[in-house]
Design a protein around this ligand. Structure first.
Ligand code: CS2
Length: 490
């Protein structure tokens, strides 16, 4: 027998399933989260689920900027969903911290009202790199179509930045102190970049508002970490058969989780430290270490592994050539460019990353990680590449990841499939002009993809290293990967 997720279910026997340790009826909404995708529901919403047991003021209202899918799945379930923690054993938990989800497409005014509501003490975001609409130096891209729109229609925004500005304007109009705003995305200096983007957009429409935001609103930085693949049909089936729950959108993640938040007392955040988050003044060191080591290695593994015909992270880690590649990359190229935050042993951290990638219970597709490469590669790999070139350290592994990326882009073009990337059209045009020769294709992508700053684009040592890896990888790709990527992207 399977049972549907409803509030009433929480009062029944649920053997082997952890459930909210608080009365959901007593929870009030204190957090508004923009982008309630899988990562948010596997990470922050779980910390909040723990927090609500001691402080019911922090229920979450989600805001979906694009698709109604999350709202359609969660509304009939009263916001409840199942989280499976999958490692050596699988543990199930029902999460109750999300009270509701607003879809801006059909309820724009309601979304702005909720952002501005007096009880909203914290706004959080997981909108992925591209959601910030930043340019290559990390400032707001004022040429971005959504930002141009929001600069002229501040009350009908399209971008997350536009919603924040509209919400803050409405809050200020009520004469109330603002909420804190916390980015939970894998961006370097995520708090500072978000603050810069919000100030820049506000100054285009209302300089007084921009001054108020500058003086009043706290944007703490953060580091978030937990490997959370997209939900597959097999996961729904597992939740049904193993735990007897009918859930339209369960979530799965590894047991490991970490959240480091910048210590900013004026932000008056909920007591996240009491539920396992680390509060520190040195968040940048943790965030850089995580972004450059875990995310850098993830992206490199995705492109290198896909070029060799692999389709998932754990599968790729079972391929001795890929495993050797990632291990060496972490040890010789990524870790030496990272300054360890106090108390973090880099060698141990890298060993844990390799172990986490190898978790066979997590089905994370390389295509999912390889998506949005134009956004991810500069911050995950090129920053380290620049440091290594300047310090005379090796670059062959990063060059191989870049070669893998070019092959990845070409495989999508060859299969006639849309590359999952905001620069898809431009990259597809390059892919169609590529010849399959390392020296030519390395030059083409370095000079024209838009990822490489002029000095890097003209670096002949880098070009040679990419070309060499490309010619080497493509031999295997031609045998296997084209077919597989074509299927994977279907
Ligand atoms: C991954 C991340 O999809 C990706 O690009 O690298 O989502 C990664 O799993 C998380 O940042 C882990 O904390």
């Amino acid at each position: 027998m399977t049972r549907s997720l409803r509030n009433a279910l929480l009062a029944t026997e649920l053997p082997g399933i952890q459930r909210p340790a608080y009365d959901r009826a007593k929870v009030t909404p204190g957090i508004v989260h923009i982008g309630p995708g899988a990562f948010h529901r596997a990470h922050q919403a779980v910390y909040v689920d723990d927090l609500l047991a001691q402080d019911p003021r922090w229920g979450i209202t989600g805001i979906s900027l694009r698709s109604p899918d999350v709202a359609e799945a969660l509304t009939p379930q009263a916001g409840l969903y199942t989280l499976l923690l999958t490692g050596e054993e699988t543990r199930a938990r029902i999460i109750g911290s999300i009270a509701g989800v607003i879809v801006t497409r059909s309820a724009q005014a309601q979304a702005i009202q909720r952002l501005a509501a007096p009880e909203t003490g914290l706004i959080t975001l997981t909108i992925t790199e591209k959601g910030y609409c930043l340019d290559e130096v990390g400032a707001l891209d004022t040429e971005h179509a959504d930002i141009r729109h929001d600069a002229t229609h501040p009350h009908q925004p399209r971008s997350a930045i536009g919603y924040l500005v509209a919400g803050l304007a409405a809050r200020r109009a009520q004469g109330l102190a603002p909420p804190a705003i916390l980015s939970c995305d894998n961006l370097p200096e995520n708090g500072a970049r978000l603050r810069g983007a919000v100030l820049q957009l506000a100054s285009l429409t209302d300089p007084d508002l921009a001054r108020w935001i500058e003086g009043e609103v706290c944007f703490p930085g953060s580091m978030v970490d937990s490997i959370t693949p997209a939900t597959s049909p097999a996961l729904r089936e597992q939740v049904r058969t193993q735990f007897g729950l009918e859930d339209s959108w369960p979530i799965q993640r590894e047991p490991f989780t970490a959240w480091v938040i910048e210590d900013m007392p004026r932000a008056a955040l909920p007591d996240f430290a009491s539920v396992g988050a680390t509060i520190t003044s040195d968040v940048a060191a943790y965030a850089t270490a995580k972004l450059r080591l875990l995310n850098g290695a993830h992206s490199a593994l995705a492109y290198y592994g896909a070029a060799l015909g692999e389709t998932t992270v754990a599968g790729a880690m079972r391929n001795a050539r890929v495993e050797r590649y990632v291990t060496t990359l972490l040890r010789d190229e990524l870790a030496p460019a990272v300054k360890a935050p106090p108390g973090l042993d880099l060698a141990e951290y890298c060993a844990t990353i390799l172990q986490r990638f190898g978790n066979p219970a997590i089905e994370y597709t390389l295509v999912q990680i390889g998506s949005d490469g134009s956004q991810k590669i500069p911050i995950r790999l090129l920053a380290t590449l620049n440091d290594n070139l300047a310090a005379g350290r090796p670059i062959a592994g990063i060059a191989a990841a870049l070669a893998g990326w070019i092959i990845f882009v070409r495989q999508f073009a060859k299969a006639g499939r849309a590359l999952p990337d905001p620069s898809a059209a431009h990259l597809a045009a390059l892919a169609n002009a590529a010849t399959g020769r390392g020296d030519e294709d390395a030059r083409l992508f370095m000079e024209h993809s838009g990822l490489f700053a002029p000095e890097l684009a003209a670096h002949s040592g880098l070009r040679d290293a990419i070309a060499q890896a490309y010619d080497e990888l493509i031999k295997t790709t031609e045998k296997t990967a084209g077919r597989r990527i074509g299927q994977d992207a279907a």
